[in-house]
Design a protein around this ligand. Structure first.
Ligand code: FAD
Length: 320
């Protein structure tokens, strides 16, 4: 048996969330006396992929067929299923993401595998294989038993504390046969929906709400985001009012983010907003109302006016 991790790439490099999946795979492999193979699909380089070794992989299978440079769900699912067969993997680990969700569902159907998503902890092997998954937008957990021979586990971002080692993985070409049906749906081009940093993947997020009073004031939010290299986000009313585009809206009805740092500026902290941000590692709240509910969910709070606090914070970060 072996452990196979599907690594997503961003500009040829393995995404941070996939490095977490590799590290999770390493912990599973240790428990089973096995090793970790990574599958990477699309444009990259030997050097960029060998990094997987620092997180526990011994080998990377690289499917570098040029037709795979733009993600095709069918083709990626076929390649992953072939890689599972080629490595006789019992465990397939990947990160929970829109691509991960689409691919893992198809692969588990092809392989008749047990599948579980939003996993927040390592498997328990004391009686079969059980895992803990987050449900109801992080309000509760469910323990799920994986009973099929093959098990697909999609882990929640930031659920694993990764420890970087100094290993290097070997990189091997992987070229399963693909046919026209694998490319029946063709993505002919992609463009980034938001600013410089993609919101669902962002490590740092600066988010603002109705406390900003109007779209003309967003410059102070963008200045802080640029100083930090962060993505920008907003509350629902802000996008409903067309102050910001809808793809920046986070919460129960918007995007769910799990950054290392979420800075909420002039946002009250309604339960529907918190549902999209409560798995952030550190939450900083800036609000002029000391009774704002968001302070209850905050790791750090600044009671103050955003028009005063944000420019000072940006200046301090630029000076540091
Ligand atoms: P407000 O509630 O108006 O809060 C503004 C905050 O800014 C206040 O706390 C105020 O003290 C502070 N403030 C004002 N001026 C300043 C200043 N100068 N300096 C500092 N602070 C200041 N909302 C979401 O965000 N995401 C969702 O996905 C979502 N889904 C929903 C789904 C449903 C079914 C429903 C019913 C609601 C949903 N909502 C969602 C709306 C949610 O309930 C809140 O109404 C919304 O989050 C409030 O947005 P806000 O905090 O920007 O605005």
């Amino acid at each position: 048996m072996s452990v196979l991790v599907f690594a997503e790439l961003d500009n040829g490099s393995i995404k941070k969330s996939s490095l977490e999946a590799i590290y999770y795979g390493l912990e599973v492999a240790k428990a089973k006396g096995s090793s970790v193979t990574v599958l990477a699909i699309g444009e990259s380089s030997n050097e960029a992929l060998a990094i997987a070794g620092k997180y526990g992989a011994t080998k990377v299978l690289w499917a570098s067929d040029a037709r795979l440079n733009i993600a095709s769900i069918q083709a990626y699912s076929s390649v992953l299923a072939e890689a599972v067969n080629a490595t006789s993997a019992e465990f397939v680990i990947l990160s929970k993401s829109s691509l991960g969700d689409a691919v893992s569902a198809r692969v588990s159907a092809k392989l008749k595998a047990s599948i579980v998503s939003n996993v927040v902890d390592l498997p328990d092997f004391s009686s079969g294989v059980t895992v803990k998954r987050s449900i109801y937008t992080g309000k509760a957990f469910a323990t799920v038993a994986l009973t099929a021979d093959k098990k697909v586990i999609a882990i929640k971002k930031n659920a694993v504390n990764v420890v970087e080692g100094d290993g290097s993985a070997s990189v091997e070409n992987f070229a399963p046969a693909l046919n026209d049906a694998d490319f029946a749906v063709k993505v002919t081009g992609t463009h980034k929906a938001s600013g410089q940093v993609s919101l669902p993947e962002a490590d740092l997020v600066v988010s603002a709400g109705r406390g900003l009073k109007g779209p003309e004031n967003w410059g102070i939010v963008e200045d802080l985001a640029n100083a930090l290299g962060a993505a920008t986000a907003c509350s629902k009313p802000v996008s409903d009012l067309d102050w910001r585009p809808h793809h920046e809206h986070v919460g129960q009805t918007g995007i769910k983010v799990s950054p290392n740092l979420y800075i909420a500026c002039g946002i009250s902290g309604a339960i529907q907003h918190l549902a999209g941000v409560n798995s952030s590692k550190v939450i900083v709240v800036i609000n002029k109302d000391p009774e704002a509910p968001f302070f209850k969910a905050a790791d750090y709070g600044i009671v103050g006016d955003v028009f005063d606090v944000l420019p000072r914070l940006t200046k301090a970060i630029q000076a540091s």
